[in-house]
Design a binder for this molecule. Structure first.
Ligand code: C5P
Length: 491
């Protein structure tokens, strides 16, 4: 490592704090501050250069040109500022920092005062090899405008975990520490991942604040439900770190695309769910047992991550999720036409149990019966099968094909061969297969057990999990796949 990126090491090589302070005719406490902040004021560089030359070490000027060359070669793809506010889940964000660092993100980190009760600046520095910022005004800093400098030229500012207090501060423009000043002074996109006690989350004050933030175009990664550190159960857990990483990376990749194309975009997800109903006459229909629960769970979990979600649903008896766009349809044909209207998306997930056929009533003399009349019992009728359009195939073969097209396969036997055949025939990126058998009743139930098969025919098997847990599993895989495919297209 270069001397100037590690000031304590540099001081050590020059003979230690005492020697350097004597040579430079400064106070030992000044040198200690340099070491603490890992920074040397520019005014001392010439004097230091002389000392460095004497010891045959790389001088400041040489170091400067050296880093310029390496930074041209290894220019980081994304610049992200992570603000960590003081929730119990702070420690989880350390893993996120490691992921950003390992993936060559240009990352800066700010800790609020309460975050420092859970994690220390030293832990952060050792993970990202960079100073961790905590102070708004610091006498040791040559330039004490951290809040302005850190707020600028970022591709993204992520607040994770974002406490109820910090949500309130952002909402009301309070600027009483470094983190809140940065938010106020920022011209960058802000994404927050709130995490707090379930009662604090549900509190009207918090919910009203979040509503205001959404209106201001601050994006949210909604918390998960589950057992909290305080022992209470409810909504407020920080989502899985890998999901936050994939989500932010996808977001930044999209931003990079925006630079290429000039279009603003958020990750757009199109999901179909539930059954379709195919009319026999004005009163009767054929359909299937799909409840729509798995598709709705996917929509809700994607929404939590801040994605733009369009849900096209067949008739169901469950509560409508509060997605960006909810479209109700009845038949496969209606579903196809709405999918076509909304095909401009990044990821299409077809979890709907689309009826493969519709039944057309005929007389025994092969005459089509009128569509709008109720069929009479005393009439001799038979039904001809008319094949419905294959919606997912239409999407995967479309000129406007989304980056990912993901299907479902419910089978009663030969699960893996049948699902793999569908994956290939329908030209999908991934298929979610489940076996329909007595022991694994899925339709309408709260639980599911799946196999995820990708294009390379790699198979991942899940335990029996709730449909929301299954949704998160699918989302993790999906985001990873999207990131790989997207990065390939735009790197
Ligand atoms: O019906 P099948 O088992 O072939 O369905 C597998 C996948 O194809 C599912 O994702 C389903 O939503 C989709 N599908 C479709 N249009 C159809 C039939 C199925 O999009 N007409």
């Amino acid at each position: 490592m270069n001397n100037f990126t590690n000031v304590p090491e540099l001081i050590f090589k020059l003979g230690g704090t005492g020697s350097v302070s004597k040579l430079l005719k400064t106070n030992p406490s000044t040198i200690s501050n340099w070491k603490k902040n890992n920074k040397i004021p520019k005014s001392y560089m010439n004097k230091l250069d002389i000392l460095l030359k004497k010891k045959n070490l790389l001088t400041y000027t040489e170091y400067e040109s050296n880093t310029r060359i390496t930074s041209l070669k290894k220019k980081s793809k994304f610049s992200i500022l992570v603000i960590i506010s003081g929730g119990v889940s702070c420690y989880k964000v350390l893993e996120l920092l490691r992921l950003y660092h390992n993936n060559n993100f240009d990352i800066d980190v700010v800790l609020t005062e309460s975050a420092q009760k859970f994690i220390t600046p030293l832990v952060v520095t050792s993970l990202i090899n960079k100073k961790c910022y905590t102070e708004l005004f610091s006498s040791e800093e040559e330039e004490n405008m951290n809040h302005i400098n850190l707020a600028r030229n970022k591709d993204l500012i992520l607040v994770a975990p974002c406490t109820a207090n910090f949500v309130a501060k952002i909402t009301h423009g309070i600027a009483d520490d470094l983190a809140s000043n940065i938010i106020l002074a920022s011209d960058s996109k802000i994404l927050i991942a709130p995490s707090m006690n379930p009662y604090m989350w549900e509190n009207k004050a918090t919910q009203d604040n979040l509503k205001i933030l959404r209106q201001r175009d601050i994006d949210l990664i909604n918390p998960n439900s589950g057992l909290m550190a305080c022992g209470e159960v409810g909504k407020g857990r920080l989502p899985d770190i890998n999901e936050i990483f994939s989500f932010t990376r996808n977001y930044l990749l999209k931003k990079k695309e925006k630079r290429h194309t000039g279009f603003e975009s958020k990750l757009k997800i199109l999901i179909t769910a539930g059954p379709t109903q195919e009319k026999i006459d004005p009163i009767r229909y054929v359909s299937n047992n799909s409840s729509g629960k798995q598709g709705y769970a996917l929509a809700e979990e994607f929404l939590k991550l801040g994605a733009h979600v369009t849900l096209i649903s067949g008739p169901t008896n469950i509560n409508k999720p509060n997605v960006n766009k909810f479209i109700e349809v009845v038949s496969a044909e209606e579903m196809l036409s709405q999918v076509e209207n909304n095909i401009d998306c990044d990821i299409f997930i077809s979890s709907a149990a689309v009826c493969d056929w519709k039944l057309i009533p005929y007389t025994l003399k092969n005459k089509k019966l009128p569509k709008n009349d109720k069929l009479k019992k005393n009439k001799d009728i038979f039904f001809k099968l008319e094949t419905n359009p294959d919606i997912i195939k239409f999407v995967s073969q479309n000129k406007k094909r989304p980056t990912l097209v993901i299907g479902f396969a419910a089978e009663t036997k030969n699960l893996i061969p049948n699902a793999t055949k569908k994956l290939e025939e329908k030209q999908l990126d991934m298929i979610i297969a489940n076996l329909i058998e007595k022991e694994n009743a899925i339709f309408g139930k709260e639980y599911n057990k799946i196999f995820i098969i990708d294009k390379q025919c790699k198979i991942q098997k899940s335990e029996k999990l709730t449909k929301h847990e299954i949704a998160n599993l699918i989302i993790s895989k999906t985001l990873k796949l999207h990131e790989e495919k997207y990065a390939k297209n735009y790197n």
